[in-house]
Design a protein. Structure first.
Length: 157
């Protein structure tokens, strides 16, 4: 049996609007635990600029956003034969919504000259229950910036 750790990414996307960089929606039978997120700005950026970034948990009834993509999910453990149950979206310009109250787990000002990395120790990893979602968003429209990113998570059995 595999570790049930999955990842996905987006590459060279121009961001100019308020949007969800990633949203992970847990299935109706499995919760998820966030392991890692990285964002990088490309396109020859040499001038410092900051982009607001937030990590949110969306409880209750979650509707993922639209206007982005549904990236391919990769299996980290080649011996893992179970397909991911999490629904992943990237770069949705219409943001995810919840019938409950979104919980802001963390907020940052990302300086685009260096990578943004979220790598908490195991005891501090964010978890969401079945049918909830974890969302990494840009809550304010940044200046036009080319961004790549990837995310890794664990699905509970």
């Amino acid at each position: 049996m595999g570790m049930r750790i999955y990842s996905t990414y987006f590459d060279n996307v121009t961001v100019t609007a308020i949007q969800d960089a990633f949203s992970l929606k847990a299935s109706a039978s499995n919760g998820i635990e966030l392991h890692y997120v990285e964002l990088n700005a490309g396109g020859g950026i040499v001038t410092p600029a900051e982009i607001r970034v937030r990590l949110k948990r969306m409880p209750i009834t979650v509707t993922q956003g639209s206007g982005g993509s549904v990236p391919t999910i990769g299996i980290t453990d080649s011996g893992d034969t179970k397909a991911a149950q999490t629904i992943v979206h990237a770069n949705d310009t219409t943001q995810a919504t919840t019938s409950g109250t979104a919980i802001i787990l963390a907020a940052w000002q990302w300086n685009v000259l260096i990578p943004f990395q979220y790598l908490p120790p195991p005891e501090d990893r964010e978890v969401c229950s079945v049918s909830e979602a974890i969302v990494l968003d840009f809550p304010a429209a940044p200046a036009s910036t080319v961004i790549s990113g990837w995310i890794k998570w664990h699905e509970f059995p």
